[in-house]
Design a protein around this ligand. Structure first.
Ligand code: ZN
Length: 344
Protein backbone atom coordinates (compact mmCIF):
# COMPACT_ATOMS: atom_id res chain seq x y z
CA UNK A 1 0.00 0.00 0.00
CA UNK A 2 1.10 3.50 -0.75
CA UNK A 3 2.16 5.91 1.94
CA UNK A 4 -0.03 8.59 0.34
CA UNK A 5 -3.22 6.58 0.94
CA UNK A 6 -2.56 6.58 4.67
CA UNK A 7 -1.48 10.24 4.69
CA UNK A 8 -4.52 11.45 2.75
CA UNK A 9 -6.81 9.39 4.96
CA UNK A 10 -5.24 10.92 8.06
CA UNK A 11 -5.46 14.44 6.61
CA UNK A 12 -9.11 14.11 5.67
CA UNK A 13 -9.88 12.70 9.15
CA UNK A 14 -8.10 15.60 10.90
CA UNK A 15 -9.90 18.10 8.66
CA UNK A 16 -13.27 16.54 9.46
CA UNK A 17 -12.46 16.72 13.18
CA UNK A 18 -11.45 20.38 12.86
CA UNK A 19 -14.70 21.19 11.06
CA UNK A 20 -16.97 19.32 13.50
CA UNK A 21 -18.83 21.79 15.69
CA UNK A 22 -21.14 19.48 17.70
CA UNK A 23 -20.81 16.24 19.64
CA UNK A 24 -23.06 14.49 17.08
CA UNK A 25 -20.67 15.45 14.26
CA UNK A 26 -17.72 14.16 16.29
CA UNK A 27 -19.50 10.82 16.73
CA UNK A 28 -20.04 10.61 12.96
CA UNK A 29 -16.34 11.33 12.31
CA UNK A 30 -15.30 8.73 14.88
CA UNK A 31 -17.54 6.12 13.23
CA UNK A 32 -16.32 7.01 9.75
CA UNK A 33 -12.60 6.76 10.51
CA UNK A 34 -12.18 4.38 13.42
CA UNK A 35 -15.07 1.88 13.22
CA UNK A 36 -14.29 -1.74 12.31
CA UNK A 37 -15.34 -1.31 8.67
CA UNK A 38 -13.57 2.04 8.19
CA UNK A 39 -10.88 2.50 5.47
CA UNK A 40 -8.21 2.77 8.14
CA UNK A 41 -9.18 -0.61 9.58
CA UNK A 42 -9.23 -1.95 6.06
CA UNK A 43 -5.62 -0.79 5.66
CA UNK A 44 -4.67 -2.69 8.81
CA UNK A 45 -6.42 -5.74 7.40
CA UNK A 46 -4.12 -5.64 4.38
CA UNK A 47 -1.14 -6.33 6.60
CA UNK A 48 -1.54 -10.09 6.19
CA UNK A 49 -0.97 -9.71 2.40
CA UNK A 50 2.43 -8.10 2.89
CA UNK A 51 5.83 -9.63 2.92
CA UNK A 52 6.63 -10.49 6.57
CA UNK A 53 9.68 -8.19 6.48
CA UNK A 54 7.47 -5.18 5.75
CA UNK A 55 4.68 -5.95 8.20
CA UNK A 56 6.16 -4.39 11.35
CA UNK A 57 6.95 -1.02 9.77
CA UNK A 58 3.58 -0.91 7.99
CA UNK A 59 1.66 -1.75 11.14
CA UNK A 60 3.49 0.95 13.08
CA UNK A 61 2.60 3.62 10.52
CA UNK A 62 -1.10 2.70 10.43
CA UNK A 63 -1.27 2.57 14.23
CA UNK A 64 0.47 5.92 14.52
CA UNK A 65 -2.09 7.49 12.15
CA UNK A 66 -4.92 5.84 14.10
CA UNK A 67 -3.45 7.24 17.37
CA UNK A 68 -3.21 10.74 15.93
CA UNK A 69 -6.85 10.66 14.74
CA UNK A 70 -7.99 9.25 18.09
CA UNK A 71 -6.10 11.94 20.05
CA UNK A 72 -7.50 14.69 17.82
CA UNK A 73 -11.02 13.35 18.45
CA UNK A 74 -10.52 13.31 22.24
CA UNK A 75 -9.12 16.84 22.24
CA UNK A 76 -12.04 18.10 20.17
CA UNK A 77 -14.52 16.38 22.53
CA UNK A 78 -13.01 18.33 25.44
CA UNK A 79 -13.29 21.62 23.56
CA UNK A 80 -16.92 20.96 22.60
CA UNK A 81 -17.85 19.93 26.15
CA UNK A 82 -16.41 23.17 27.53
CA UNK A 83 -18.26 25.12 24.85
CA UNK A 84 -21.55 23.41 25.70
CA UNK A 85 -21.05 24.14 29.41
CA UNK A 86 -20.37 27.81 28.67
CA UNK A 87 -23.52 28.01 26.56
CA UNK A 88 -25.55 26.34 29.31
CA UNK A 89 -24.28 28.73 31.98
CA UNK A 90 -24.90 31.65 29.66
CA UNK A 91 -28.49 30.60 29.01
CA UNK A 92 -29.18 30.12 32.73
CA UNK A 93 -27.72 33.44 33.83
CA UNK A 94 -30.18 35.64 35.79
CA UNK A 95 -31.17 38.67 33.81
CA UNK A 96 -31.22 41.53 36.31
CA UNK A 97 -32.76 43.90 33.80
CA UNK A 98 -36.02 41.92 33.68
CA UNK A 99 -38.85 43.43 35.75
CA UNK A 100 -39.39 41.50 39.02
CA UNK A 101 -42.59 40.17 40.54
CA UNK A 102 -43.56 42.22 43.59
CA UNK A 103 -45.01 40.73 46.77
CA UNK A 104 -47.95 42.41 48.44
CA UNK A 105 -46.76 43.69 51.81
CA UNK A 106 -49.16 43.19 54.71
CA UNK A 107 -49.86 45.54 57.58
CA UNK A 108 -49.94 44.90 61.32
CA UNK A 109 -53.27 45.26 63.06
CA UNK A 110 -53.17 48.63 64.92
CA UNK A 111 -54.11 46.71 68.08
CA UNK A 112 -50.75 44.90 68.11
CA UNK A 113 -48.83 48.04 67.12
CA UNK A 114 -50.25 49.84 70.15
CA UNK A 115 -49.95 46.84 72.51
CA UNK A 116 -46.24 46.46 71.70
CA UNK A 117 -45.65 50.19 72.03
CA UNK A 118 -47.28 50.39 75.49
CA UNK A 119 -45.36 47.29 76.60
CA UNK A 120 -42.07 48.78 75.39
CA UNK A 121 -42.66 52.01 77.30
CA UNK A 122 -43.17 50.15 80.59
CA UNK A 123 -40.31 47.71 79.96
CA UNK A 124 -38.18 50.86 79.58
CA UNK A 125 -39.30 51.92 83.06
CA UNK A 126 -38.16 48.60 84.51
CA UNK A 127 -41.47 46.72 84.55
CA UNK A 128 -41.68 43.00 83.82
CA UNK A 129 -44.46 41.33 81.84
CA UNK A 130 -46.65 38.91 83.83
CA UNK A 131 -49.25 36.60 82.30
CA UNK A 132 -52.10 34.51 83.65
CA UNK A 133 -55.01 32.29 82.56
CA UNK A 134 -58.02 33.69 80.69
CA UNK A 135 -60.28 31.09 82.33
CA UNK A 136 -60.10 32.21 85.94
CA UNK A 137 -61.56 31.27 89.30
CA UNK A 138 -64.01 33.51 91.13
CA UNK A 139 -61.41 33.63 93.91
CA UNK A 140 -58.72 35.31 91.79
CA UNK A 141 -61.02 37.32 89.51
CA UNK A 142 -63.16 38.82 92.31
CA UNK A 143 -62.52 37.74 95.91
CA UNK A 144 -58.82 38.59 96.13
CA UNK A 145 -59.53 41.96 94.48
CA UNK A 146 -61.89 43.04 97.22
CA UNK A 147 -65.04 42.14 95.28
CA UNK A 148 -66.84 39.61 97.53
CA UNK A 149 -69.86 37.60 96.36
CA UNK A 150 -72.48 40.21 97.29
CA UNK A 151 -70.53 43.21 95.95
CA UNK A 152 -72.49 45.39 93.47
CA UNK A 153 -69.32 45.94 91.38
CA UNK A 154 -69.83 42.41 90.07
CA UNK A 155 -72.87 43.61 88.17
CA UNK A 156 -70.75 45.97 86.08
CA UNK A 157 -68.56 43.06 85.01
CA UNK A 158 -71.15 40.27 84.95
CA UNK A 159 -69.50 37.84 82.67
CA UNK A 160 -69.20 34.44 80.98
CA UNK A 161 -69.35 31.72 83.64
CA UNK A 162 -68.14 28.20 82.99
CA UNK A 163 -69.55 27.06 86.35
CA UNK A 164 -70.42 28.79 89.63
CA UNK A 165 -66.78 29.38 90.49
CA UNK A 166 -65.10 29.62 87.08
CA UNK A 167 -65.42 32.36 84.48
CA UNK A 168 -63.64 34.11 81.64
CA UNK A 169 -61.65 36.80 83.44
CA UNK A 170 -63.34 40.22 83.40
CA UNK A 171 -60.10 42.13 83.83
CA UNK A 172 -56.38 41.36 83.95
CA UNK A 173 -56.33 42.15 87.68
CA UNK A 174 -56.30 38.43 88.69
CA UNK A 175 -52.79 38.31 87.18
CA UNK A 176 -51.85 40.98 89.75
CA UNK A 177 -53.33 38.84 92.54
CA UNK A 178 -51.44 35.79 91.25
CA UNK A 179 -48.19 37.78 91.06
CA UNK A 180 -48.63 39.06 94.62
CA UNK A 181 -49.14 35.51 95.91
CA UNK A 182 -46.09 34.28 93.99
CA UNK A 183 -43.84 37.09 95.22
CA UNK A 184 -44.73 36.35 98.85
CA UNK A 185 -44.31 39.83 100.29
CA UNK A 186 -41.47 41.03 98.01
CA UNK A 187 -41.59 44.29 95.94
CA UNK A 188 -43.38 44.01 92.59
CA UNK A 189 -43.20 45.94 89.30
CA UNK A 190 -45.20 44.25 86.55
CA UNK A 191 -47.53 44.91 83.65
CA UNK A 192 -50.15 42.33 82.65
CA UNK A 193 -51.31 42.57 79.04
CA UNK A 194 -54.14 40.28 77.92
CA UNK A 195 -57.66 39.58 76.74
CA UNK A 196 -60.64 40.09 79.04
CA UNK A 197 -64.36 39.32 78.64
CA UNK A 198 -67.53 41.05 79.79
CA UNK A 199 -71.24 40.71 79.14
CA UNK A 200 -71.28 43.98 77.21
CA UNK A 201 -73.63 44.52 74.33
CA UNK A 202 -71.43 45.00 71.31
CA UNK A 203 -71.61 48.51 69.88
CA UNK A 204 -69.21 51.07 68.44
CA UNK A 205 -67.31 51.52 71.71
CA UNK A 206 -68.03 48.24 73.55
CA UNK A 207 -67.12 44.66 72.81
CA UNK A 208 -67.71 41.44 74.78
CA UNK A 209 -63.99 40.83 74.35
CA UNK A 210 -61.29 43.45 74.63
CA UNK A 211 -57.77 43.77 76.00
CA UNK A 212 -56.13 45.54 78.88
CA UNK A 213 -52.66 46.28 80.06
CA UNK A 214 -52.70 46.57 83.81
CA UNK A 215 -49.75 47.73 85.83
CA UNK A 216 -48.90 46.98 89.45
CA UNK A 217 -46.13 48.40 91.57
CA UNK A 218 -45.69 47.43 95.22
CA UNK A 219 -42.89 48.68 97.42
CA UNK A 220 -42.24 50.59 100.63
CA UNK A 221 -43.21 54.31 100.79
CA UNK A 222 -45.21 54.39 97.54
CA UNK A 223 -47.78 57.17 97.15
CA UNK A 224 -50.20 58.66 94.63
CA UNK A 225 -47.49 61.04 93.37
CA UNK A 226 -45.54 58.03 92.07
CA UNK A 227 -48.60 56.86 90.16
CA UNK A 228 -49.13 60.31 88.66
CA UNK A 229 -45.47 60.65 87.62
CA UNK A 230 -45.49 57.17 86.08
CA UNK A 231 -48.64 57.81 84.05
CA UNK A 232 -47.43 61.27 83.00
CA UNK A 233 -44.25 59.71 81.62
CA UNK A 234 -46.29 57.03 79.85
CA UNK A 235 -48.64 59.60 78.28
CA UNK A 236 -45.79 61.80 77.04
CA UNK A 237 -44.02 58.83 75.45
CA UNK A 238 -47.25 57.52 73.96
CA UNK A 239 -48.93 60.74 72.81
CA UNK A 240 -46.12 63.32 72.72
CA UNK A 241 -44.22 65.65 75.03
CA UNK A 242 -46.93 68.35 74.98
CA UNK A 243 -49.66 66.12 76.43
CA UNK A 244 -50.71 66.67 80.03
CA UNK A 245 -52.74 64.50 82.35
CA UNK A 246 -55.27 65.20 85.04
CA UNK A 247 -56.56 62.88 87.74
CA UNK A 248 -60.23 62.80 88.71
CA UNK A 249 -61.38 60.94 91.79
CA UNK A 250 -63.24 57.74 91.01
CA UNK A 251 -64.16 54.41 92.49
CA UNK A 252 -62.78 50.91 92.00
CA UNK A 253 -63.19 48.15 94.63
CA UNK A 254 -59.50 47.22 94.54
CA UNK A 255 -57.94 50.69 94.85
CA UNK A 256 -58.32 53.46 97.41
CA UNK A 257 -58.10 56.29 96.54
CA UNK A 258 -59.08 55.61 92.92
CA UNK A 259 -58.65 57.93 89.94
CA UNK A 260 -59.73 58.29 86.34
CA UNK A 261 -56.92 59.66 84.21
CA UNK A 262 -57.55 62.10 81.36
CA UNK A 263 -55.06 63.24 78.72
CA UNK A 264 -55.19 66.70 77.17
CA UNK A 265 -56.77 66.59 73.72
CA UNK A 266 -54.19 66.43 70.94
CA UNK A 267 -56.73 67.61 68.39
CA UNK A 268 -57.50 71.02 69.92
CA UNK A 269 -54.69 71.37 72.49
CA UNK A 270 -57.24 71.69 75.32
CA UNK A 271 -59.55 74.34 73.86
CA UNK A 272 -62.38 71.91 73.23
CA UNK A 273 -63.41 70.15 70.02
CA UNK A 274 -65.59 67.31 68.76
CA UNK A 275 -62.95 64.66 69.58
CA UNK A 276 -62.88 65.65 73.26
CA UNK A 277 -66.58 66.54 73.24
CA UNK A 278 -65.75 70.16 74.06
CA UNK A 279 -63.94 69.40 77.34
CA UNK A 280 -60.31 69.58 76.20
CA UNK A 281 -59.65 66.22 77.90
CA UNK A 282 -59.97 62.58 76.88
CA UNK A 283 -60.35 59.77 79.42
CA UNK A 284 -57.74 57.10 78.82
CA UNK A 285 -57.33 54.93 81.89
CA UNK A 286 -58.13 54.23 85.52
CA UNK A 287 -55.94 53.55 88.50
CA UNK A 288 -55.30 54.17 92.15
CA UNK A 289 -53.50 53.05 95.29
CA UNK A 290 -53.86 49.33 95.97
CA UNK A 291 -56.60 48.82 98.57
CA UNK A 292 -55.23 47.71 101.98
CA UNK A 293 -57.63 44.74 101.89
CA UNK A 294 -56.10 43.57 98.60
CA UNK A 295 -52.60 43.86 100.04
CA UNK A 296 -53.55 41.99 103.20
CA UNK A 297 -55.36 39.16 101.34
CA UNK A 298 -52.25 38.47 99.28
CA UNK A 299 -49.81 38.53 102.18
CA UNK A 300 -48.55 42.14 102.24
CA UNK A 301 -48.66 44.27 105.42
CA UNK A 302 -50.29 47.58 104.32
CA UNK A 303 -48.48 49.39 107.14
CA UNK A 304 -45.14 48.50 105.49
CA UNK A 305 -46.00 48.11 101.82
CA UNK A 306 -48.08 50.29 99.55
CA UNK A 307 -48.67 50.06 95.85
CA UNK A 308 -50.40 51.55 92.88
CA UNK A 309 -52.24 49.89 90.02
CA UNK A 310 -53.62 51.11 86.72
CA UNK A 311 -55.46 49.65 83.76
CA UNK A 312 -55.23 50.76 80.14
CA UNK A 313 -57.66 49.65 77.43
CA UNK A 314 -55.49 48.73 74.43
CA UNK A 315 -58.29 49.16 71.87
CA UNK A 316 -59.16 52.57 73.32
CA UNK A 317 -55.58 53.77 72.92
CA UNK A 318 -55.52 52.48 69.33
CA UNK A 319 -58.87 54.11 68.54
CA UNK A 320 -57.68 57.47 69.88
CA UNK A 321 -54.34 57.21 68.14
CA UNK A 322 -55.69 56.34 64.70
CA UNK A 323 -59.14 57.92 64.84
CA UNK A 324 -60.94 54.56 64.66
CA UNK A 325 -64.60 55.13 65.40
CA UNK A 326 -65.83 51.54 65.81
CA UNK A 327 -64.02 49.09 68.12
CA UNK A 328 -65.33 46.13 66.06
CA UNK A 329 -63.12 47.14 63.12
CA UNK A 330 -60.12 46.00 65.16
CA UNK A 331 -61.34 42.36 65.24
CA UNK A 332 -62.94 41.98 61.82
CA UNK A 333 -59.71 41.50 59.82
CA UNK A 334 -61.18 43.45 56.92
CA UNK A 335 -58.32 44.11 54.49
CA UNK A 336 -59.84 47.44 53.46
CA UNK A 337 -59.38 48.52 57.10
CA UNK A 338 -55.98 46.90 57.70
CA UNK A 339 -54.45 48.18 54.46
CA UNK A 340 -54.69 51.71 55.83
CA UNK A 341 -52.01 50.87 58.39
CA UNK A 342 -49.30 49.98 55.93
CA UNK A 343 -45.88 51.59 56.45
CA UNK A 344 -46.74 53.17 59.72
ZN1 ZN B 1 -60.28 68.45 71.67
Amino acid sequence: MENTDLESLKTSALNAIAKASTMDEITLVRNEYLAKKSPLMALLGKMKDLDPSERAEYGARVNSAKGEISNALDAKVKILEAKELRAKLESEKIDLTLPGTSEEQGARNPFYVVKDEITEIFLGMGYEVAEGPEVESDHFNFELLNIPKDHPARDMQDSFYIDDNTLLRTHTSPVQARTMQAKKGQPIKVICPGKVYRRDDDDATHSHQFAQIEGLLIDKDVNLGHLKATLELFVKKMYGEKRQIRLRSSYFPFTEPSVEVDVSCAECGGKGCSVCKGTGWIEILGGGMVHPNVLTMSGYDPKVYQGFAFGIGIERVAMLRYGIEDIRRIYQNDLRFLDQFKKR
